[in-house]
Structure formats: C-alpha cells, structure tokens
Design a protein. Structure first.
Ligand SMILES: CC(C)(COP(=O)(O)OP(=O)(O)OC[C@H]1O[C@@H](n2cnc3c(N)ncnc32)[C@H](O)[C@@H]1OP(=O)(O)O)[C@@H](O)C(=O)NCCC(=O)NCCS
Length: 265
C-alpha cells in the first residue's frame, strides 16, 4: 500500500498530466517526485508477487519535468553543458565508485557497492547493489538493473519514457550482459541469465531454446539461460534473421567466465 503522501502525489501528477498544468505548484510536485527517485525511495518499476509492474505516474513526472523545467548551464571546472536535468552528486556518501567521466543524471538511483566505469545512466534508472556498469555502457531512462550484475563494455540498455504505460527494460539480479549487447523495448532479462557478447534483443527478436528444442516467447530471456547471437530462418525460408539462441543453462564454466574480479571493485 502506498503511503498517503505517495498516493496524494500520484493523484496530483495524474491531474497535472491530464490538465497540462504548468504552475509553480506543479513544478514543485514534479521536483518532489524527482527527489524521491533520486533517493531511491520510489522506483519506476517494481516486482511484487513475482510480477513487474510499472508506476506510470512516476514516468509521467519524469516527462513533465522536461516540459516544466528550462535548460540551465551546468559546469564542472572548465567543462560546460546546457541541460534540463542536473547531474547526480554524492557518490562517496552513497558508497558508489564512479570513475571519471561516469555521468549519472539526477533522478537515477544507484545502490551502494555499484562501480560505474566511464558510462552514462539516465533519469529514472535504478542500479542494484554490487553491479558494475562497464566502460561506455549506457543505461537508458527508467531502465531497472538488478544486484550483482555485470553490464559489460559498450552495452546499450534501452530507455523508455513514452508511451507512459510501456515497461522499461528490466535486468534482474545476477545477470551478465556481454560486451556490446543491446537490450531494448521493455525486454525482461530474468535472474542469472547470461547474454554473450553482441546479443541484440528487442520485443520482436526471435528467441530459440536450442537446449530444449523450442521457440520461446519474444521479449523475455529466461532465468539462467546462456544466450548467444544466432540466426533463425524467416517463415518463407528465403532468408535468415538475427535471433537469440539459448545454448544451455548457466553452469560452473559460465560462472567462471563471467565472474568479476573482486580486485576491480
Ligand atoms: C557466454 C560466454 C560467457 C561463454 O559461456 P560458457 O558457459 O563458457 O559457454 P561455452 O563455451 O560452454 O559454450 C556453450 C555453447 O555456446 C556457444 N558460444 C559460447 N559463446 C559464444 C559466443 N560468444 N558466440 C557464439 N556462440 C557462443 C559455444 O560455441 C557452445 O556451442 P555448442 O554447444 O554448439 O558447442 C562467453 O562466450 C562470453 O560471451 N563472454 C563474455 C565476454 C565479455 O563480454 N566480457 C566483458 C568485457 S567488458
């Protein structure tokens, strides 16, 4: 059950959204949502009773922020930007290691023990304890990344703001996303799954379980599946298209190859 404050805030955001309100009061309420997001006290998507649900009102608040806030000049030493969202600060107090030039926008929440190599994390995203976001990886707006994950170099985790009811990409706990993978369009990667280097997964990407000999529903990588990029024939047999192939379930060998060296943390 949401607290009375959250229930009231959700109702106000829905009203501001529907009425197209642009008052200072509206701006203050949107700002309050961003503060709660930034502190990790609310989240865009959460798992309750085994199912992920999207808090649409929070996504609405993030979108409203773009409408209601003017861009401002942001500075770090001699570097300068011009944007509507300030950068997140306070990594030391949060127990997060952020390597220069890791960039996190305010309204993203990073749990303690996360390592951010030079990477980008967008507003509304959430990164769980002990996860590493490796060099030049991007975590899109509202994407949810679980605990003890490795999001390898150059990975793209797609963001989603519109439509508001759209589910963000969700990477559950203990997932390994290999270098240069792209996961987009609300795909759910379940606990402990492994995506080998170069897997591209969207809502329409075909997924074939080679271990069990069957096609799987698109948009969901099953728990502990070890996936590699492959091809599957098109319906008329004239060509093949890129697909995800589940080769096996995670085993000790996979664990050894995907373990992060503790020294790197
Ligand atoms: C997925 C991975 C961890 C291998 O896991 P594994 O459990 O050791 O896999 P195996 O070697 O037992 O291979 C199982 C099957 O998958 C295939 N396979 C494994 N990795 C593959 C890859 N990257 N591409 C295509 N096929 C692959 C193997 O050929 C084998 O196929 P077979 O059963 O037909 O012989 C490894 O390929 C990988 O992608 N590592 C990540 C590297 C990386 O991104 N590092 C981070 C840098 S920042």
């Amino acid at each position: 059950m949401p607290s009375p404050e959250l229930a009231g805030l959700a109702a106000s955001i829905d009203r501001i959204w529907d009425a197209g309100e642009t008052s200072d009061h509206a701006r203050a309420l949107v700002e309050r949502v961003l503060t709660l997001l930034d502190r990790g006290e609310i989240r865009v998507a959460e798992k309750t009773g085994g199912t992920w649900t999207v808090n649409e009102w929070i996504k609405k608040a993030v979108l409203l922020h773009f409408r209601l806030s003017p861009a401002q000049t942001l500075r770090a030493g001699d570097l300068e930007w011009h944007d509507k969202i300030p950068l997140k600060t306070g990594f030391e107090a949060a127990g997060v290691r952020a390597v220069p030039v890791a960039t996190v926008r305010r309204g993203a929440f990073i749990e303690p023990g996360v390592v951010l190599m030079p990477s980008f994390v967008n507003i509304g995203a959430r990164i769980g304890e002990g996860t590493m976001i490796d060099t030049w990886a991007t975590v899109g707006s509202c994407a949810q990344v679980g605990r003890r994950c490795h999001v390898s170099g150059g990975v793209g985790i797609g963001g989603v703001l519109e439509p508001v009811q759209a589910r963000p990409v969700i990477i559950e706990d203990d997932v390994f996303v290999g270098a240069r993978c792209e996961v987009a369009e609300g795909v759910l990667v379940e606990e402990g799954a492994v995506l080998a280097m170069g897997c591209f997964v969207g809502a329409s990407t075909k997924i074939f379980d080679a271990e069990r000999g069957c096609a799987l529903e698109p948009g969901r990588i099953p728990a502990r599946a070890v996936c590699v990029p492959g091809t599957l024939p098109a319906g008329d047999g004239t060509h093949g298209t890129c697909a995800i192939i589940v080769k096996k379930r995670r085993d000790a060998k996979t664990d050894a190859r995907t373990a992060l060296n503790e020294l790197l943390r």
